[in-house]
Design a protein. Structure first.
Length: 163
């Protein structure tokens, strides 16, 4: 867009911004209050990081946190979700997330060995991702080879004697 076009649109953009902020503020405040109440009811307190999140987005942020991470009615159990969270946190890296997901994984029954393996898996994936990306391995060839390796592994597993 040319600078003159942006200048011509400036009054309309300013008016839209004014209209967007005049009425919904009360609705957002009510949504934020409801979210904070539910956070406290669920967790026992409202952690400061939730309070620092922008009020217009806290209801949605809490809803996704609660519906996925805290819900027992998901495909992944709590231990698996927290081990995944730990593995990602170790790679970001985020000391807050590492602390939280380690403690939450333990609270969900993860052993020290499972915690160590989750972090090691994160390191292995990071290592090979670096190799594959840096070497610019052909994606189509990689996928074909992966499919072949997995097919052969499945065939070997079927042919292996049961114990």
């Amino acid at each position: 867009m040319r600078p003159t076009t942006m200048l011509a649109l400036a009054p309309a953009i300013a008016l839209a911004g004014t209209l967007a902020t005049t009425e919904p503020a009360a609705a957002e405040d009510a949504g934020a209050r409801a979210a904070y109440e539910d956070i406290e009811k669920t967790l026992g307190l409202v952690p400061s990081f939730f309070r620092q999140f922008p009020e217009p987005g806290i209801a949605g942020a809490w809803a996704s946190f609660k519906a996925v991470q805290l819900s027992p009615d998901t495909a992944l159990n709590g231990k698996m979700k927290e081990l995944i969270g730990l593995a990602v946190a170790a790679q970001i890296p985020c000391q807050y997330c590492v602390y939280f997901h380690t403690a939450a994984a333990k609270a969900n029954g993860a052993s020290e060995q499972e915690i160590r393996e989750a972090v090691a898996m994160a390191a292995i994936v990071r290592h090979w991702s670096t190799v594959l990306q840096g070497m610019q391995v052909d994606v189509a060839v990689f996928r074909q080879e992966t499919d072949t390796v997995l097919r052969l592994a499945a065939e070997r597993a079927k042919a292996a004697p049961t114990r």
